[in-house]
Design a protein around this ligand. Sequence first.
Ligand code: PEP
Length: 256
Amino acid sequence: MGEKLLIAGNWKMHKTPQETREYFERFLPLVEGLEGVEILVCPPFVDLPAAAEAVAGSGVKVGGQNCHYEKEGPYTGEVSPRMLRAVGCEFVILGHSERRRLFGETDEVVNKKVVSALEEGLRVILCVGETLEERESGLTFTVVETQLKLGLSGVEDRLEMVEVAYEPVWAIGTGVAARPEDAEEVHRFIYSVLEKMNPEGAKRVRVLYGGSVKPENAEALLSQPSVKGVLVGGASLKPESFAAIAAAGARLARLK
Ligand code: PEP
């Protein structure tokens, strides 16, 4: 068996610290002993200390959903990579489509964040993906390639610290996931772009699929050869459904 599949949960703006503790009380026994998967939960910033305390010793990791690119300073409302590390984060999600669409993050801003997070020793999950309009105009590969090249500009030699999440915007929170073969096609393309940047480093990157992943479709998506994990939004909020997705990953990991 090769590298572990990454099963990552993005809670977005959900749950308080108390709800976080209750979640892990139910979740951890459900995933105890699962092999072949690395499990990551990315709660809101204020929940990170409670999450880190709850997962201590379990093997489950915690990460941030975003960060600023400066180390510190007059950036009201922001959190730096160093602060994420200090509360136990190993990963940070960057360039999520909600950050790009609702908070105006450009590829240039995302790139600054990627550089800064890597400098601080965080592993980065860089999100890329096309809108429905872009897909229908045949722009999927162009959009994904641009987001990858600009997002990873200057860190091409550090791909071993990077994971990529392919998240078609039209599939996020809609209940309509990409068809497994369509996800596979884009994942293969992503690997081809990464290989041109850094052939050895590209082999270490896990390209995750994200967009309406649920227990019912996780196995079909994860069984695609170039799908090396999933980034799960809505279905990661319930311990039982996120654990079922992790269990599907553990079954598939044996075959990969
Ligand atoms: C996400 O927010 O990264 C995501 C994939 O959301 P959902 O699973 O709810 O579509």
